[in-house]
Design a binder for this molecule. Structure first.
Ligand code: C2E
Ligand code: CA
Ligand code: CA
Length: 403
């Protein structure tokens, strides 16, 4: 069994290493209480543990034990008077069917763990052969990723962000696509994590910025004040080098105000206590580049941080939008987010708007912007430019009718 504590790094980053260490000790204690004396528990490093279960009649019998460990680790940890809530993910490989030696068993348990983490964490998975195929695909992609930029295999798609009050479109999100020579269009959900792991994300992220900035400089001639948002992975903030400075210089060179670009980051980044990271974030603000919190509502957030970093937009996560119906609790959550955001001077964008009902409810609770398949899917740049021309023509017709 390969076990990994979810978001342990956040605890280390926000609460300090001493607290992190105490938490590991307590976690080990809890795991130990779930297993037999004859089993072997070890910490491999970081927040990774392994358990060897010997003398099992049936490998599947560790399923309930895994469930018990996960449930035990999901109870709050009380350390230095603070409650910390964690979860754990587990991958399992069984001897002899999943491997004949410890190297193979560990490798396959690790592949199963990767799947458990990707399927929402706080769960366990038994190794299967298809996981191995997926792991092999990841290995190929990791290696192919090194040439993808040079071979010009990346492309930015654009998805309009609609002003809910009047239907106007003066924002869009840039979403990267990889045209792989043999695998076709690979989605960022698949290759961004790989790029983050291998470090390729730095060059890719740079490319995304320059590409989006060039596009926005083209668009502002017909649509003054147009804004394009780009996604920035937390990994990109970890690297030194004056990336912010170069980006800001480039915008100046194009004669664009900082506000033509919005950087979308995740909540976790705000909570990071590394001063270098906050400095980089504030540098964007000083240059007028706006910042949006992506997938808002799914992670930890502190209102104080929204203020401290002068955040401009909150993007309500799709999981809330999806279940919006009158009287639903998600509607109450969205409304609360919007009221709070407005009090703090932030604008709100709802993601994943797919139906008219969702749009109307969002309008009703004063949500500022909507983005989703209802309005348009992410499109290649030429199609997106056509879309803008058409939507401007349409709104001109509409406003004449109103007049
Ligand atoms: P995200 O930033 O949350 O982007 C929104 C995702 O939701 C996009 O998936 C978009 O195509 C999809 N989407 C938009 N409207 C709807 C809708 O109405 N319903 C549903 N079900 N989905 C909708 P996509 O393009 O596959 O991107 C996935 C994720 O990959 C993004 O999530 C973002 O985190 C990441 N990503 C995309 N481009 C970049 C990039 O250039 N750099 C980095 N670091 N990450 C990127
Ligand atoms: Ca985004
Ligand atoms: Ca999002």
């Amino acid at each position: 069994m390969f076990l990994d504590l979810d978001h342990f790094k956040d605890v280390n980053d926000t609460q300090g290493h001493d607290t992190g260490d105490q938490l590991l000790v307590e976690a080990a204690q809890r795991i130990k209480e779930c297993i037999r004396d004859s089993d072997t528990l070890a910490r491999l490093g970081g927040d990774e543990f392994t358990v060897i279960f010997s003398e099992l009649h049936n490998g599947r019998d560790v399923g309930p034990v895994a469930a018990k460990i996960i449930s035990s680790l999901s109870k709050p940890f009380v350390l230095v008077g603070q409650e910390i809530v964690l979860s754990a993910s587990i991958g399992i490989a069984v001897y002899p069917e999943d491997g004949l030696n410890n190297t193979e068993l560990l490798k396959h348990a690790d592949q199963a763990l990767y799947v458990a983490k990707n399927e929402g964490r706080s769960c366990f998975r038994f190794f299967t052969r298809s996981m191995q195929e997926a792991a092999e695909l990841r290995m190929h992609l990791t290696s192919d990723l090194r040439y993808a930029l040079r071979e010009r295999q990346f492309e930015l798609f654009y998805q309009p962000i609609v002003d809910l009050a009047n239907g106007a479109i003066n924002k869009a999100e840039a979403l990267i696509r990889w045209r792989h020579p043999s695998h076709g269009l690979v989605s960022p959900g698949v290759f961004i994590p790989i790029a983050e792991e291998s470090g390729a994300i730095h060059d890719i992220g740079d490319w995304v910025f320059y590409e989006a900035a060039s596009e926005v400089s083209k668009l502002v001639t017909s649509y003054p004040g147009f804004q394009i948002s780009i996604n920035k992975s937390p990994v990109q903030f970890a690297r030194d080098g004056d990336l912010q400075g170069r980006w800001i210089d480039y915008l100046r060179q194009l004669n664009l105000p900082g506000s033509s670009i919005v950087v979308e980051i995740t909540e976790g980044l705000l909570m990071n206590t590394n001063p270098a990271i906050s400095e980089r974030l504030l540098k964007f603000r000083d240059a007028g580049i706006q910042v949006a919190i992506d997938d808002f509502g799914t992670g930890y957030s502190s209102l104080a941080y929204l203020k401290k970093f002068d955040i401009d937009f909150l993007k309500i996560d799709q999981s809330f939008t999806r279940n919006l119906t009158p009287e639903s609790s998600d509607l109450a959550v969205c409304e609360a987010i919007i009221v709070m955001a407005h009090k703090l001077g932030l604008k709100v964008i709802a993601e994943g708007v797919e139906t008219l009902e969702q749009r109307d409810l969002l309008k009703l609770i004063q949500c500022d912007y909507g983005q989703g398949y209802l309005f348009a899917r992410p499109m290649p740049v030429a199609e997106f430019e056509d879309f803008l021309v058409k939507s401007v023509a349409q709104s001109a017709i509409k406003s004449t009718i109103v007049l």
